[in-house]
Design a binder for this molecule. Sequence first.
Ligand SMILES: *Cc1c(COP(=O)(O)O)cnc(C)c1O
Length: 340
Amino acid sequence: MHLARFPRLFVAHLPTPLERLDRLSAHLGGPEIWIKRDDCTGLSTGGNKTRKLEFLMAEAQADRADLVMTQGATQSNHARQTAAFAAKLGMACHLLLEDRTGSRERDYTRNGNVLLDHLHGATTEMRPGGLDMNAEMEAVADRFRAQGRRVYTIPGGGSNPTGALGYVNCAFELVGQANDRGLAIDRIVTATGSAGTQAGLVAGLRAIHAGIPVTGFGVRAPKDRQEESVFALASATAEKLGCPGAVRRADVEADCTYVGAGYGIPRDDTIEAIRLFAELEGILLDPVYSGKAAAGLIDYCRKGRFGRGELIVFLHTGGAAALFGYESVLSGNGGRAAAE
Ligand SMILES: *Cc1c(COP(=O)(O)O)cnc(C)c1O
């Protein structure tokens, strides 16, 4: 398979760094933990959606779209990266944002990613939680089309086979970096939500027979549903790549026990993970995705579920812009008081 056959706009800062987390590894005393810095993809504070948008926005441009639409939660990182990408291409951007958490905190509804959406010139429209958001988006898109606009719609999280190519690319990039440095990776761990990240990784790794398993830590759906959606998308992505059947059901593994009360609601171990990465490594996680995945990683280390000396790569998918939507949980009771 040959990724250069697919239209792509080269916007992300790639390759993202692959770094060893010395202090976190020592603190946990188990495996050797490395981090793949997809929080550093460069576009509007970075994150995993930029890799997907390189392929999606190339399609939008080929369609001669003048308006791009997508949807996500209020503090969607995907919406923010789409708004920034559209700005760079001179396209209008309209975002449908779903109130999934019910938070009425002003920083959640106005700061963080929402502030950045608007800075990039996107328009936004809210929806209550629980609707079929892709259907809502298509209805609004038809309204714009009736006014003569050429609309390109991107599904939530940019997760379709085109977007997942961004994580096929990441799989190739990571394996290349590991080969160049003589690092034998035992496992990759990542957050998994709309499934494109894990699906693209699994399809890419299988396509090159890398033999590296991936654990996805869920942020919303229960395990069975999450694994089914990752498997379906990984299979469709493999087919698009020209290797149909390359992904087996057993290649898809999700652990959804660190979700807590629901999407976008951090648990105590989410906050602890954010603090550990911040204080030991100077790295910012987020309260919705990477903080929950890191909580899973830390718990697995403490429970001895990775072998001592195994090499684990934590894929950092970004999201730190959302920290500014969560001031009350991050600096409230659990906040460290300054020395008096
Ligand atoms: C979207 C997102 C994810 C999840 O990626 P999917 O491809 O939707 O599964 C993980 N982390 C962050 C920070 C995200 O914004």
